[in-house]
Every structure is written in C-alpha cells, then in structure tokens.
Design a protein around this ligand. Structure first.
Ligand code: NAX
Length: 326
C-alpha cells in the first residue's frame, strides 16, 4: 500500500458531495491501493448533513478509508490537503442562469484559495466543480500566490463524458469506440463540444455523422445537458457530476491512456485563449501534470465557437474583477 492521501471535499453535505464521498472512500478516486483521509468542509447549515454522511462512511467499513474530519473551518479543512475538490456553492435552480450565481459563488472561492495557499501540501491538486467553475477556479488561484497555477483546474469532464456518450448513442457503439472528443472554453451553454478530431473505431466522426446533426442536435444537446437534467429530473446532475470528478482526479494523478480528455486549465495562450483564463482544452495527463494537446488544426467553424466561449470567460473574469474578487 502507498502513502495516505488527504482529500478535502467542500460542500460535502450537498448532493454531489454525497455521491462523491463513497467513490473516494472506496479507492476509485486515486487507486485501489491508496489509503485516503477525508476532510469534509461545510458551512454551518450543512454540517449536520455532512456528519450524517460521515456516519455512513464509517458504516461502510471501507478498507482504504483512514480518517474522516467534518469541519466548517477552511483552514482546518485544507491543512495538509493533497487533493481539494471544491463543490460547495449554490446549485442552479429551474430557470436560473449561471450568471446569477457568479457573484455569490465567487465570494466563496477567494477565502478557500487563501486557505489552500496557507496550509495545503506541496503537491496539492485542486478541481473546482461548483459553478461558475472556470471563474471560481480563477478566483481561487488568484488567492493562492504560492501555489503553481497549473494546480488549479475546473471540471469539464462531465461535458466531455456527455459528448462521448452522445456520439456513442447516435452510432450505437460502445463509448470505448469513441476517441478524440474535446470540450473547449467555458463550462457553460457557450462551451464548444468539438468532434472535428474525433474518431469512432478509427474512422473520422465527420465521415460517419452528417454535419446538420452535429451542429443542430449534438452541440446544443451537450452544452445544455445540465439544464435538460434539471428539467427532467427536477434537480441538477449529481451522480454523473461526481463520476466525472472521479475521472478527472484519477487521470490527473495516474495519467491518461491513449486518448486525450478535457479539463479546465489555466491557459498558456494556446489556441488563442488569452493566457491566465481557466479554459477547457483537450488535455493529456503526463507525469502528474495536465498538458494541453498541441498542434491541432482549428477550422473556421471551430475557431468561431471557441472565440464565443472565450468571450464568455472574459466577461466572467471582468465581472469578478470589477467586484474586487481577483
Ligand atoms: P447542493 O446545494 O446539493 O450542495 C452544495 C453544498 O455546498 C451545500 O451543502 C452547501 O451547504 C455547501 N456550501 C455552500 N457554501 C459553502 C462554502 N462556502 N463552503 C463549504 N460548503 C459550502 O449542490 P450540488 O448539487 O451538490 O451542486 C454543487 C455545485 O456543483 C453547484 O454549484 C452546481 O452548479 C455545480 N455543478 C457543476 C458541474 C460541473 O460539471 N462543473 C455539474 C453539476 C453541478 O451543476
């Protein structure tokens, strides 16, 4: 068995938190030979729910689970953290836009970034799930000057998984046949799910699926899937969001296989995304770090869609900057 890893989950008393913690404690987040300690951060109104979940973790007698702490103190929650999963925020209700949540949620992530800066372990890896995830990651990173910015990421793996699944379903193939899908830009309705480099069993998706379906059905379906889930389910994505979070951290720590995936990472200026924005890109995890896939040809359609999403990210950055949150 390897050394114990400290995993902090914020919003642990909420829905995604609940779905996540059993996956983490079972070993699926890091590997089936890696002991984990959980730090569950909540605000006072969520503490009781988190404590109840901690009882359930205890009752599951997970062999890899070493320790569970429930706290409303960010300093304590992030002390020694190796992995931080920032879920805690307010979910979008029916009819609400993500922009409505920008101010309230961004105010959560500054203090948490500062607590990570003060006490997290040197190898800290942060993934922001709480929306608006990209901009919240930007806010957290800007309050953690001593932590390399490439340790701050935003979850777009759920969008990636949704895109893969839609292509697979449309062609009646297993998801494992689908490669080379990418999500660009913001985790919002203006994201760009890109199949221009995607293949199914080695054949280009663009040879297998007509353009009209890709533009008029696939892209809006993936980009608005969160809203569709809310409409049908009456609540936002929980299990799928937790599952994508597990995929993101697992691949970050253990490496991607033959295919790339998608993650929101701090831009280095690649593909015309202004440096410093947290944007989704096609990425591979190599040696424990995300690397943006280089050298992909971007056609005019993709360029326009990526630019639209960049503008969305820039507007969010301007809004939190005006509020003094950066
Ligand atoms: P819930 O309302 O069920 O849970 C959120 C929890 O966070 C609550 O228990 C609340 O008490 C806690 N919380 C609030 N402020 C906190 C703080 N400052 N510190 C610690 N905990 C705090 O929401 P849930 O359904 O779990 O969704 C959580 C977030 O994930 C939302 O922002 C939602 O929009 C976002 N999502 C992001 C996705 C993505 O792909 N990036 C997809 C799913 C989801 O929509």
């Amino acid at each position: 068995q390897r050394q114990r890893v400290n995993v902090t989950v914020t919003g642990a008393g909420g829905n995604i938190g609940y779905a996540l913690m059993f996956r983490i404690a079972s070993g699926q987040l890091l590997g089936l030979n890696v002991p984990v300690a959980l730090r569950l951060l909540e605000i006072p109104s969520g503490i009781q729910a988190a404590e109840g979940s901690a009882f359930e973790l205890q009752d599951s007698a997970f062999p890899l689970l070493r320790d569970v702490v429930v706290t409303d103190d960010p300093v304590r929650a992030f002390d020694g953290a190796n992995v931080a999963i920032l879920v805690g925020s307010r979910p979008r209700g029916p009819g609400q836009q993500r922009a409505d949540l920008l101010e309230g949620n961004a105010r959560i992530f500054g203090p948490q970034g500062a607590a990570i800066n003060a006490g997290a372990a040197d190898d800290i890896r942060v993934v922001v799930v709480g929306n608006p995830a990209n901009t919240n990651a930007l806010v957290a990173a800007s309050h953690a000057p001593d932590v390399p910015t490439d340790r701050f990421t935003a979850l777009t793996r759920l969008d990636h998984n949704r895109a893969v699944a839609q292509i697979a379903a449309h062609l009646s193939v297993p998801v494992t046949s689908v490669n080379g899908v990418a999500i660009w830009g913001n985790h919002s309705a203006l994201q760009y799910p890109d199949v221009s480099h995607a293949t199914v069993d080695g054949r280009p998706v663009r040879d297998l699926i007509d353009e009209a379906w890709l533009v008029n059905e696939f892209i809006p379906r993936v980009a608005n899937r969160g809203a569709e889930i809310i409409k049908v389910r009456g609540a936002s994505s929980m299990g799928s969001a937790a599952s994508a979070t597990v995929d993101h951290v697992y691949d970050w720590v253990n490496g991607t296989g033959d295919d790339w995936t998608s993650a929101g990472v701090v831009s280095d200026g690649s593909y015309g995304v202004p440096a410093g924005l947290v944007s989704s890109y096609p990425v591979r995890s190599l040696g424990g770090r995300w690397a943006i896939e280089p050298g992909l040809a971007i056609d005019a359609f993709s360029r326009a869609r990526i630019d639209l999403s960049i503008a969305d990210l820039e507007a969010e950055r301007a809004a939190v900057s005006e509020l003094g949150l950066l």
